[in-house]
Design a protein around this ligand. Structure first.
Ligand SMILES: [Zn+2]
Length: 352
């Protein structure tokens, strides 16, 4: 198959910069220039994927018709706000469709084995968007829309959505919290915006246990993130056995980020990507796609994107050595609290 000569398929379209931000808003088009600088370093190894707009039918699998109508209405009065954080410019409706549509197409190429891995550098981000409202800079929930498209049209059953954006993906959690076919795992600063994502939020009804939250206090860095991946994410994902992995990939846990208070470095993102990459190889034939969410410093976006791309280009990513979690450490405290919620279903949680 010709496409497989490429190791990574990338969505990176200048139209994503046309979702214009009010002055001094952190979710601004320049974010994608920083991502683009990192992508340019890998240009010879990248196969570009063209962006196309998601259809109403695709969006309506997760959002209500009123949500579509409201965005169209507010965009008609642009520049305007949907909530105090979430703005639209005249182009935003079309750009948001392009984000959701491109994420579907990229995920589909990977799911069908026509691409090995993918990275979507899209705006606006998606993981805060709820069924019936825009929120936290997000208009449509790109990852949720893609997951539902894969299930509806590509025969994909079980999907992991791993959300390492520094904020909790309230929208994504809510879409899938009663659905055992999607495992939602999130590492995030807590307490912090949007306020959801506490330890005990573990899914409901038939989806009980397929939501795993790893709330981390401000100030966590590589050790806490990588250690949480090893002791919580890895056993949870192995127990679930996904057929495809989507990463809600924010770079706002980076130490340079002006919005959050985490200390993750480029090396940290490399280690996290290696863990995810080796899980994908082990469990789902390497089917893995990254979708940009937040990230508000140019250096964090550049270093994070570089870390992900570099790792995806490795032949067999070697997972990092186990991080110690001695009694009394912050990592141990977090791991123990997550284990207390999930140990019945996933007894391996907590071990390195
Ligand atoms: Zn974020």
């Amino acid at each position: 198959m010709k496409a497989l000569q490429w190791k990574i398929h990338v969505v990176d379209d200048p139209r994503y910069r046309e979702h214009r931000a009010p002055a001094r808003h952190p979710e601004r088009p320049e974010r994608l220039l920083a991502v683009g600088e990192a992508l340019a370093e890998f240009a010879p190894q990248i196969c570009p994927v063209e962006a196309r707009g998601a259809t109403d039918e695709e969006i309506l699998r997760v959002h209500g018709r009123d949500h579509l109508r409201r965005i169209a209405e507010v965009v008609g009065q642009a520049p305007a706000h949907l909530d105090p954080d979430t703005f639209v410019s005249a182009e935003s409706f079309d750009v948001a469709r392009l984000a959701a549509g491109a994420v579907i197409d990229l995920a589909r190429l990977v799911a069908r084995g026509e691409a090995r891995t993918g990275f979507a550098a899209v705006r606006p981000p998606g993981h805060h968007a709820e069924a019936d409202r825009a929120m936290g800079f997000c208009l449509f929930n790109n990852v949720a829309i893609a997951a539902r498209a894969l299930q509806a049209e590509d025969g994909v059953g079980k999907i992991l959505i791993l959300d390492w954006d520094v904020h909790h993906g309230n929208g994504t959690q809510h879409f899938f919290e009663a659905d055992p076919s999607v495992l939602y795992v999130s590492t995030h600063q807590f307490p912090y915006y949007p306020g959801t994502g506490d330890f005990g939020e573990a899914g409901r009804d038939r989806g009980e246990g397929t939501t795993v939250n790893v709330p981390l206090p401000a100030g966590c860095g590589d050790a806490e993130y990588v250690g949480s991946f090893q002791r919580i994410v890895v056993p949870a994902v192995r127990a679930f056995e996904p057929e495809m992995i989507l990463v809600s990939c924010g770079f706002d846990a980076h130490r340079d980020d002006p919005m959050a208070s985490m200390e993750v470095s480029g090396e940290g993102f490399t280690a996290m990507t290696r863990i995810v990459g080796s899980l994908a190889d082990e469990l789902c034939g390497g089917r893995l796609a990254f979708v940009l969410e937040g990230g508000y410093s140019a250096s964090g976006l550049r270093e994070g994107t570089r870390a992900v791309l570099q790792t995806l280009l490795e032949d067999a990513p070697l997972p990092p050595a186990p991080i110690d979690a001695p009694a009394g450490s912050l990592l141990r405290a977090v791991v123990d609290r997550v284990a207390a919620v999930h140990r019945q279903r996933i007894p391996e949680i907590g071990a390195a």
